[in-house]
Write a protein that binds this ligand. Structure first.
Ligand code: CAA
Length: 258
């Protein structure tokens, strides 16, 4: 399917979604986020897709919500349309592994969408920020919550209150990104990583993601019980038998996603 604001390509079991509004630095318009939600809904049902990479351009992953669309909003229009819950959160709701490959600006909603992904690989020119304070608002798509959980109170408060950006090195030190690579190696690294994930058993990667995400929503003892139950459930899959047999037989496992 063709989109106006996205370029969607496949490489084996990996799907790459490129945000493509270059003239607006990939500002997250309603059209873009609706298309993103629709693309993810299709990929969720596509058995041939095991992992997704969300990326932007070399200059901008995304420079935030589309300010020109937002500027005339009222409380009631924002409340009524509730686009963050409807469309944006489709990234956080996506059940298969999804990673963000971030180059350039990931600001405001751009940083928030990147944080909804399972992890972020950053190019060395990446800049993360929640500059909404400069616009007379604050982060509205999870930034005050997800950024705080990712980098802790001090840095989250600093970024949300002062609006300053973090470069890639600071973001890695703070735990916001999993690794930094040179800009010209970003997509290759993201693809290699995504292919590694896509090669695993899909139900097992999905359950693993669910278990890690549960740590943000629950107490330690409940989270550990949830993890244990999923771990036990994995022994009902053929892929657990195959994975362990392959290890014992010193061969590569061939997962059937069952
Ligand atoms: N919304 C709409 N348009 C945007 C945009 C945004 N978030 N960010 C950039 N653009 C547009 C600019 O208006 C400009 O368009 P024109 O050529 O038509 O004037 C084009 O993209 C290029 O931008 P700049 O000329 O500003 O490029 P620059 O290199 O000088 O600066 C930048 C880059 C520092 C990222 C700057 O564009 C900027 O500060 N952008 C806004 C960042 C921001 O405040 N993001 C938060 C948005 S609110 C939000 O996201 C709320 C939420 O929590 C969901």
């Amino acid at each position: 399917m063709a989109y106006n604001t996205l370029e969607v390509t496949k490489d084996g079991k990996v799907c790459i979604i490129k945000l493509a509004r270059p003239k607006a630095l990939n500002a997250l318009s309603n059209e873009l986020t609706m298309e993103l939600a629709s693309a993810l809904e299709k990929l969720d049902k596509d058995d041939n897709v095991h992992c997704v990479i969300l990326t932007g351009s070399e200059k901008a992953f995304a420079a935030g919500a589309d300010i020109k669309e937002l500027q005339d909003g009222t409380f009631l229009s924002m409340y009524d349309h509730d686009v963050f819950a409807l469309y944006w959160e489709s990234v956080a709701r996506f059940r298969k592994p999804i990673l963000a490959a971030v180059a350039g600006y990931a600001l405001g909603g751009g940083c928030e969408i990147a944080m909804m992904c399972d992890f972020i690989i950053a190019a060395d020119n990446a800049k993360f920020g929640q500059p909404e304070i400069n616009l007379g608002v604050m982060p509205g798509a999870g930034g005050t919550q997800r950024l705080t959980k990712a980098v802790g109170k001090a840095k989250a408060m600093d970024m949300c209150l002062s609006g300053r950006m973090m470069n890639a090195e600071e973001a890695e030190r703070a735990g916001l990104v999993s690794q930094i690579v040179p800009l010209d190696e970003l997509m290759e690294t993201a693809l290699t990583t995504a292919k590694k994930i896509a090669h695993q058993s899909l139900p097992i990667t999905m359950m693993t993601k669910e278990a890690v995400n549960t740590s943000f929503e629950t107490s330690l003892s409940q989270g550990i019980r949830f993890e244990r139950r999923l771990f036990q459930a994995m022994f009902s899959t053929e892929d657990q038998k195959e994975g362990m047999a392959a290890f014992a037989e010193k061969r590569t496992p061939h997962f059937k996603n069952k």
